[in-house]
Design a protein around this ligand. Sequence first.
Ligand SMILES: [Zn+2]
Length: 398
Amino acid sequence: MRIAIVNIGSIVTGDLDGPLVAGDTILTAEDRIVAVGTAPARGVEACDVVIDAGGTTAIPGLIDSHVHITFGDYTPRQQTVGFLESYLHGGVTTAISASEVHVPGRPRDTGGVKALAVAAHKCFESYRPGGMRVHAGSVILEPTLSGNDLGEIAKLGVWLAKAGFGAFASAYDYAPLIAAARAHGMVTTVHTGGASIPGSGAITGDHLLALKPHVSFHINGGPTAMPDRDFERVIVEGDMALQVCTAGNLRTALLCAALAERHDAFARLLIATDTPTGSGVMPLGMLYTVAHLASLGGIAPERAIAAATGNNARVYRLDTGVLAPGKAADIALIDAPEGGTQETALAAIRNGDIAAVGAVIAGGEPRFVGRSRNTPATMRTVRVARCSLARDFSGGRH
Ligand SMILES: [Zn+2]
């Protein structure tokens, strides 16, 4: 499928090095972006679908790097069916598993732990709930696992490893397994802050700096924050990514973002939701945290969006999250919400409003055009101007 998005008001790239780009058009072909900014008229004419953005703002599809998926589009923790499709209606086109810890009766033995990660990874390889890309299969590091075990499942495709839910006496004991996971090419992540699971102790700055993961998961607390004094140390003394989550401590999320800006480390700041959890299912969580950082933290909205897109993509080595030729065709059109005080999506975000989502393209296909079922309506109208395929992109909403 070839798509042209025309009449775009502004383009937010998701790339901190150039967060805004001039132009009004984006072209995609199959699952790739082929042009951003301008395109020749014949390029637009050759498209199967032309979407009139109506002056709204194009951003990369959001990447939620902390989602508690299990199997299928179902969360046992909140007994909710279809939550991932719901997140797509909040502009999220990519979800990254924070480990399949909510699977009822999850195994703790070596064979079971490995099988769970492999099965989750493979179950989402081609299954896209609502069109969303899900990266699943984050192995839960347990004391019974060896480096060879990690090598075995890495060969089967598992590339995510999670420390924090294992039955270790001390969090420092994760260090050899994290190093082994790294050696097998995995992206390693460590729970940060007070325990959300009874029995596991708090993980703070000293632990993070000793364990050296790629990502400090919910550095602002999941949901309970580590001591304030540890944030600056982790930023200055370490090089790990700093993931701030909607379902954490808002004050320390703002503290972390401010410190990241001050120490020229904003490229390491990742926005994620840490849901579904006890905090619930939050389809608009990414948009909330973007608005919180921009309105309360004084972060430029286009930089906050980069933390929710390109920064996540770079740390997790994904070929999405940036609007540029060759990247995955994952795009959202957002706008100021109808009835608000602001004229554009970026002004609304700076004002603390939740941006309205007018269309989502994921994996090179429009998943809905016109109205998200979860956000307010866009101030401007996004519509399918021309479509030569027998398809309906209203997303079931008329
Ligand atoms: Zn979590």
